[in-house]
Design a protein around this ligand. Structure first.
Ligand SMILES: [Zn+2]
Length: 268
């Protein structure tokens, strides 16, 4: 399993910390958690080199967008869905290139959205002239509990209190004996704890709505279940301070701690 951070920032995008988007790759198939902008561009390394001011050897890892089976949206805040229409459009336009540019085997993509925004999102697609795509886009609601199962992965959702109005979820992905937690945005730092009831190979926890110290203090309560912690969706005040946050985390927690940066790749 490969986990690729496409966007590690929150709200305000900056170099190295674009908006939230995390890709999990299992046996050649990919699953996208949130689609903050510019996720479509980030997946196409070469087009972004100039944008990021990178030399080719620093290139972000490339992703085949047609390896994506399903997209899971935690909630409908702009920093989690801003890149979604463009991603759907790029997937549509590239299909003009020929049969290699298709989702396999049925040229179908599944999109899971909070139930309360599905009709609005379909209207948005119509307004953006994206209602007729070259592939079949199946839009379904995120449901609490295990709501997605295929040959490789199982995905569950737990509703959280991040949004006062509207649905917001955290996700748990299980594949090949590994367990990955994706917090999405939380109501407070303690909402990370129910996600960590079982041993977790990788906990991807946000750190935009509370400081890192508060997060690390609360995670101590489930420390024994966390093998690796990826602090992602970091507050703009933490941009450029990744090493400092990692050192702080090591004072509180006895597990591997990584602070998200765009292009970060982890193998599980
Ligand atoms: Zn957010």
């Amino acid at each position: 399993m490969r986990v690729l951070v496409l966007g590690s920032g929150s709200g305000i995008p900056a170099m190295g910390h674009m908006n939230e988007s995390v890709l999990v790759e299992v046996e050649g198939c990919s699953y996208l958690f949130d689609a903050g902008e510019p996720c479509a561009a980030t997946m196409h390394t070469n087009t972004l080199l100039t944008f990021y001011g990178l030399e080719p050897e620093d290139a972000l890892p490339t992703v085949d967008i047609y390896s994506i089976k399903s997209i899971f949206i935690s909630h409908f805040d702009a920093d989690h869905v801003g890149g979604l229409p463009m991603l759907l459009q790029v997937m549509h336009l590239w299909q003009k290139r020929g049969r290699a540019f298709r989702f396999k085997p049925e040229n179908e993509l599944r999109l899971y959205l909070p139930a309360d925004v599905i009709e609005l999102f379909k209207e948005l697609l119509r307004a953006l002239h994206l209602s007729r795509l070259r592939y079949s886009l199946e839009i379904s609601p995120v449901e609490e509990g295990e709501f997605y199962v295929d040959e490789r992965v199982r995905v569950s959702a737990i509703r959280n209190t991040h949004l006062k109005e509207g649905y917001s979820y955290s996700f748990i992905l299980k594949a090949g004996g590994k367990r990955v937690v994706y917090s999405g945005d939380l109501g407070d730092e303690f909402e990370a704890l129910p996600l960590l009831e079982e041993e977790t190979d990788l906990a991807i926890i946000e750190c935009a709505h509370f400081g890192p110290e508060r997060l690390f203090r609360s995670l101590r309560l489930k420390e024994g279940n966390i093998r690796r912690l990826l602090v992602n969706h970091i507050h703009p005040s933490l941009y450029g301070r990744e090493g400092e946050v990692e050192r702080l985390g090591r004072k509180y927690l006895n597990c591997e701690i990584i602070v998200g940066r765009d292009g970060l790749e982890l193998t599980l």
